[in-house]
Each structure stands twice: as C-alpha cells, then as structure tokens.
Design a protein around this ligand. Structure first.
Ligand code: SF4
Length: 181
C-alpha cells in the first residue's frame, strides 16, 4: 500500500557544451561530503565525476544515481550536434563496469544527495561551476511513496553490513534488538 505525498523534486541539468573539464565540481562535492566536512578534497569520493575524452574533445559531468550490481547490455553511444560521445558517457548508474561512484576504501556506492534535504540549498557542484554548465531547479510533484525504493535502500545497507560483519553477527544483533522491543 502506498500513499500519495507532495514532494519537492530537485534537478541538476548538465550542459556538456559549456563544461571545460576543470573538475572544480568534483573537488567541491568531495570536500563537502568528507568527514569532518572540508577535511579532504579527494575527487574519487565525489558524487559527480567527469567523463573526459580529450581526443574527442569530450567533457561530460555525470552525477551518480542508482546502484546496480550488474552491467547493462546497452552501452549506448550518442551523437549530439554531430559529436559522438563514448559509451556510458551519459550514464549516472553506480555500476560494476566502472570504478567511479564507489567509496574508495569500502567500495560502497556514493549516491548524489543533492547536498541534503533543504531545497533552498544549492548543491555544491552547481555553486562552484563558473561556466554555468550545471543548473539547479526545483519543482513540486505529487508522488507515490514507493515501498520498493525503501527496500532497495535497505538492501544496500544490509549488504554492506553483511560484508563487514558476516551473517552470524548480524543475526545475533537483530535477535538482541527484537528482544528489547
Ligand atoms: Fe565542468 Fe562546471 Fe564541473 Fe568545471 S565545475 S568540470 S565546467 S561542470
């Protein structure tokens, strides 16, 4: 059973024609999400990454979206304004085919959070981009709260706990928690 709720949908539009590949967005994102905040500037922890193909003069900023365990069979190439973009250039999926969007120490997925709940908060990558290649907007929408989405998030969390602690410890912890309820 799902309820309908009003939700602010946040969007970041990316214009690859304006991007010059400076990678400031990667640094700003990594710094904002480091713990403590601004303590590290490691772009491999960024939730926005540059796909760069210098020969083809290709600079595309991609924000991380959903996690998938398996590679897709799509591998599309796009031709936009006569320019051909490489495979996966516009794909934001956190996928096993790429090393991007994974926390380097743990391999856990790094999903873009639009820099938090507050719709007034302009995401860090957008703030830092001096070329206006990234633009932020919001809109209100009536959406169904989907149980499956929550389950998908729970599954990712459980899998990482299992990887770290093993099934036995997790089972014991759940039994202990259930007893205290
Ligand atoms: Fe491109 Fe803007 Fe990111 Fe620089 S900050 S890489 S111009 S999207």
């Amino acid at each position: 059973m799902s309820d309908s709720v009003k939700k602010v949908i946040k969007e970041i539009k990316i214009d690859p024609d304006k991007c010059n590949g400076c990678r400031a967005c990667e640094i700003a994102c990594a710094a904002f999400h480091s713990k403590p905040k601004y303590s590290s500037f490691n772009p491999s922890r960024s939730r926005i990454r540059m796909v760069i193909n210098e020969i083809n003069d290709e600079w595309v900023a991609i924000r991380s979206s959903n996690f998938t365990k398996t590679e897709c069979k799509g591998r599309s190439r796009y031709i936009i304004n006569g320019k051909e973009y490489s495979e996966c250039s516009f794909c934001s999926t956190i996928c096993s085919a790429r090393d991007v969007f994974k926390e380097p120490d743990s391999d856990l997925p790094l999903k873009c959070d639009m820099c938090g709940e507050n719709p007034e908060q302009i995401p860090m990558c957008v703030q830092i981009c001096s070329r206006d290649a990234l633009t932020y907007s919001t809109r209100e929408e009536e959406v169904q709260e989907q149980d499956e989405v929550k389950w998908e998030e729970m599954k990712i969390g459980l899998e990482s706990l299992l990887k770290k602690h093993g099934l036995k410890k997790i089972k014991n912890a759940v039994i202990r928690l259930a007893k205290n309820k």
